[in-house]
Ligand binder design. Sequence first.
Ligand SMILES: [Mg+2]
Length: 511
Amino acid sequence: MQSIVRSTFGSGTGPDHLLVNAMLLNIALIIFGWRRYRDLTKEIAERRKAEETARKLAETDPLTECLNRRSMERTTNELRRVSNDYGQAVAFVMIDLDNFKQVNDMNGHGIGDRVLTSLAEQLRQCLPGGTPLARLGGDEFAFAISYDPSNPARVDDIVSKLFESVCGGIDLDGTTIHCTMSIGIASDHSSQSRNDAITDGEKLMHRADIAMYQAKKSGKNRHFWFQSTVENELRFRNELEAGIRRGVRNGEFVPYYEQQIDLDSGELVGFEMLARWNTPDMGVVNPEIFIPIAEEIGVIGELSEQLMVQAFDDAKEWDPKLTLSVNISPVQMRDRWFSQRLLKLLFEHNFPAQRLEIEITETCLHENIGLVRSMISSLRNQGVKVSLDDFGTGYASLSQLRTLPFDRIKIDRSFVRELNYRDSSKIVDAIVSLGNGLEMPITAEGIENEAILETLRRMGQLKGQGYLYGHPEPAVRVIERLRGQGRLSKAGENRNDSGAVTDELADQRRA
Ligand SMILES: [Mg+2]
């Protein structure tokens, strides 16, 4: 540097070229390094922002921006850990609208969605700041709150405030929609539940669910604390059992349908049939409540066959290219005549075996593998496809996968929902490679947003289903959807108006 200055002022010879080059190179490296550092900082900030958006998408319900079921369970567990450390109890409060189906039927789904958004806002305003609020699905909301176990009245006060706020109606551009709610509360405090303290969030949610159904059963528009006194539980259980037997007799169980999509083309390829119970006194009850009891009291076979018959009739009105998937309970798979009964049902109702796909879970596999294998083979010989459902949550071994002739593997929703997180994408990736290796096509369940869909599309040629494509819907809605897409069969197109009306009426009557 000194020789450069001296040479500039004419006193001395020029600098050594090698040194000048070295210095210029140094300066260039510093500039390059600085620019790289700046770009990197920018890139990290953008990536953080994208990760934050993905996390938010994965954890929230897109319609109401409340938490979703999965993140609510985690949040409740966190709240319980902190609260219990300070001697506080946590109440999990489950809210369900009593007449949401009528709101949807009378005003359309657009208004239904706005009712849900406004309701979420009203709930938020009534709850103390920072209370985790979730939409668990459909018209079901929940929040968790900590309270002093000697003062459960605090929770009752908050719930009364909710009732007051909602009983005035929900105002949409001058039109007031009147709604009532049934609320179930479960506490993790032992004296509240009168016998055992609760150790996991899932059980707490389940108890709140039961309390909510008890509130519905006691006449709706009220709240109910879960009490696990033996008489209460037994009474409710007996009522449910009697209700299920009556429901089977009166045809109260109806099929709902969830769309299955070819992820590459976005084309609808079929529907999975899901059971719903349209009770006269509790509204639409989800299968998690009634299926285990129906299995225990031995009516699951009859219930399932009733639903299948309805589904065969419904599916005959659809484009014959659309498949119908039906879930089979492990209890049904213990019946050695199951495959014959199913084939007889197909024959009697003139439904092509090639359109039917049955879904069995991994639990079936470790009960009587020989029997299961022969049933799968005889069904496949007749053209029925068999898929392994909820893969990854049970105990299917690789050798079972290799030797049992499945047509498809369905990746459990719990892995798919987590796809925005790195470790879970490794699991899904591995299952997809496994499927490719065994030449078994894959369906991903639980696709909830575009980000998950994009990740799955990159993994290969998959089918998929999930709330991104819509919630499960009753037969009449499926017909409307298919009519809009021009995908009804001749029978569906010829369905006269009186037929449609009769169906609508039947649907309302069931509701
Ligand atoms: Mg299934």
